[in-house]
Write a protein that binds this ligand. Structure first.
Ligand SMILES: Nc1nc2c(ncn2[C@@H]2O[C@H](COP(=O)(O)OP(=O)(O)O)[C@@H](O)[C@H]2O)c(=O)[nH]1
Ligand SMILES: [Mg+2]
Length: 459
């Protein structure tokens, strides 16, 4: 039995490839006992002499049983993902082999890693900051090109660098004010207040820009919930199928066919739309259909984009708008698009209301007419065509930025009302604190450090 000296610095293992049968299954080990554990399962090898970052062919022993011939790579601390001793063993991906291998390592003293524990260790050991650690999970979860790009940019420190810039500027401000406090008795004003205000406003603008980018960032990270609604038989399910280019939902001329919400993901313009085909809204005695209509209402409440499909032979765009305004309660961030479906059945095209604030598009879901225009409209509305380099994708970051803004507004107010320096400095520290929680590097000593490094007071 191998035991670690510090129980909190134990050695963790996990299968890091998907569970089940595969050509290869990879087990990762991280912690101080990595090399003893390897020596235990590779008794015939000179593990101690293995060079770092170099795959080795070796015989894996589960006790007396020669279990598998594997490739194993040792990553010596601190040049590893977690900065600890790490090894990755590529075994044949048989559930039996992988189970036996894990059991052998556990019996030899390793512990099963908790979810995210490798990345947590990487963060604790300073290999990543918090936003980068969060980006690891996002990168793995990313399904669209834009979600991937945003996560990868965060992982590479794009967001951290931006925050660091803001932090440095705030620290300079704070340092100037703290300096004044140190010389409080002498009643000196080191920092020109007008200049400070200009710097402050620049930072405020930047923090606001970042926090405003969350709407797009969130849409990119989680996809845009998009509800397809309308009266029974308008052609909602036909539209879902046309957008997805597959027969996902049952289409029929019997009203009330769709009851459960039918969901699928649509990837266009690099982004993701979470389409929800819903039960047509009407008064009905059918309890199952009623339940479906209830679900439709929930889908509408959760939607960011609503596609109202109307049967152009039955309903005009104006009637649809009136119905929507009377029956839907959507927030100002919800976009409504009116789709005049079955336009193939009309002899004359319909003139939409030019003064309407809603987008109107004539389509024929059955023939595909107008679908391209709809896809383009969706991409434009989503903002997927103009994505800034740095954007906020997580609610936690957005929340911290809002707290930062509140604190910065306090600072501005304090400046304007010429409040005592110590009060301004306190609000500034508040702003720094909230900004620091994003990357996880809050330490008030930094302010002191900044004074000494920049002004060489030496006292
Ligand atoms: N001519 C024509 N028929 C359509 C069009 N879209 C749907 N339909 C028909 O309208 C009926 C109802 O369609 P469905 O998609 O099930 O409507 P839903 O109840 O809104 O989901 C079906 O018979 C479809 O084939 C269209 O663009 N043109
Ligand atoms: Mg339907």
């Amino acid at each position: 039995m191998i035991m670690s000296i510090n129980p909190w610095e134990d050695t963790i293992i996990a299968l890091i490839t998907p569970a089940g049968r595969g050509a290869v299954g990879v087990i990762r080990i991280s912690g101080p006992d990595t090399i003893p554990l390897l020596s235990h399962v590779f008794p015939k090898a000179q593990v101690n002499q293995w060079p770092s970052h170099t795959p080795k062919l070796a015989q894996f022993y589960a006790g007396q049983e020669k279990l598998d011939e594997v490739l194993v790579t040792l990553f010596r601390a601190p040049k590893s993902y977690t900065r600890e001793e790490v090894a990755e063993i590529s075994l044949h991906g048989s559930p039996y082999i992988l189970r036996q291998a894990i059991n052998t390592l556990l019996k030899a003293g390793a512990r099963m890693a908790n979810p995210g524990e490798f990345t947590q260790r990487a963060w604790l050991n300073g290999a990543l900051d918090l936003t980068q650690a969060e980006a690891v999970a996002d990168l793995i979860a990313a399904e669209s090109a834009l979600a991937h790009k945003a996560a990868f940019s965060h992982l590479k420190g794009g967001f951290s660098d931006k925050l660091q810039e803001l932090r440095t500027e705030l620290l300079t401000l704070a340092a100037l004010l703290e300096l004044e406090l140190d010389f409080a008795e002498e009643d000196v004003e080191f920092a020109d207040r007008t200049q400070l205000l200009i710097t402050l406003q620049k930072i405020q603008t930047e923090v606001t820009r970042l926090s405003n980018s969350f709407q797009l960032g969130n849409a990119i990270r989680n996809g845009i919930p998009t509800a397809i609604i309308g009266k029974p038989n308008a052609g909602k399910s036909t539209l879902l199928n046309a957008l997805l280019k597959e027969q996902k939902a049952i289409v029929s001329d019997i009203p009330g066919t769709t009851r459960d919400i039918i969901e699928d993901k649509l990837f266009i313009g690099g982004g993701e739309f979470r389409l929800m085909d819903t039960a047509g809204i009407r008064a009905t005695e059918d309890v199952i259909e009623q339940a479906g209509i209830q679900k439709t209402k929930e889908a509408i409440a959760s939607a960011q984009i609503i596609l109202y499909v109307l049967d152009s032979t039955q309903e005009t765009p104006q009637q649809a708008v009136i119905w929507c305004e009377n029956n839907l309660s959507f927030s100002e961030n919800t976009q409504l698009i009116i789709l005049g479906n079955k336009s193939d059945l009309l002899s004359n095209s319909i003139d939409p209301d030019k003064n309407s604030k809603y987008v109107y598009l004539p389509i024929a879901a059955k023939t595909g007419q107008g679908i391209e225009a709809l896809l383009q409209t969706l991409t434009d509305l989503a903002g997927f065509t103009e994505v800034p380099d740095v954007l906020v994708t997580q609610a936690r970051h957005q929340e911290a930025l809002l707290h930062t803004t509140t604190a910065l507004n306090q600072v501005q107010l304090a400046f304007e009302e010429q409040l005592p320096t110590d009060l301004i400095a306190r609000d500034l520290r508040d702003a720094l604190y909230h900004l620091g929680t994003i990357t996880g590097e809050i330490s008030p000593d930094e302010i002191l450090g900044s004074i000494f490094s920049k002004f060489c007071i030496g006292k």
